[in-house]
Design a protein around this ligand. Structure first.
Ligand SMILES: [Zn+2]
Ligand SMILES: [Zn+2]
Length: 137
């Protein structure tokens, strides 16, 4: 699998924390579930989701803090200096990384292998999305 050599750098706003995502994400798409909304205060969450071993923190692990949501099986992992979220976890302990963060850390370009393939939990959406991606409940 040539995909396994793909590497995508991420870092927080202040640069204290940096990491590398490796390989191909398990999932890439726009999530419309209530949990993402509740954890991150976004109308929907444009994500790439990775296995724990696909994310290596290369710098600033000691600066990372985690916020355990009070009733969801989700955590938000953020830089304690600038507050930027690096990723969140879900009930499967996946590393859920915002497409926006990766794009920002790659000079504004999101690699083809990370582009959203679908919308999911679309039945829970706040509003309709007019694009050509498949939409799943
Ligand atoms: Zn920071
Ligand atoms: Zn979600």
């Amino acid at each position: 699998m040539s995909h396994s050599n793909n590497q995508y750098p991420i870092h927080c706003e202040c640069g204290s924390v940096a990491g590398i995502l490796s390989g191909s994400p398990r999932v890439r798409g726009h999530c419309h579930c209530e949990d993402c909304r509740d954890l991150l205060n976004v109308p929907f969450h444009s994500v790439t989701a990775w296995n724990p071993d696909q994310l290596t923190i290369t710098q600033g692990e000691d600066v990372l803090k985690e916020y355990q949501h009070p009733h969801l099986d989700m955590k938000r992992i953020y830089c304690s200096r600038c507050g930027e979220t690096l990723y969140n976890t879900n009930a499967m302990d996946w590393r859920v990384v915002s497409q926006h963060l990766i794009k920002k850390c790659s000079g504004g370009e999101l690699a083809d292998g990370l582009q959203a393939e679908s919308h999911f939990f679309y039945d829970r959406r706040l509003f309709d999305i007019d694009d050509d991606l498949p939409k799943y409940d």
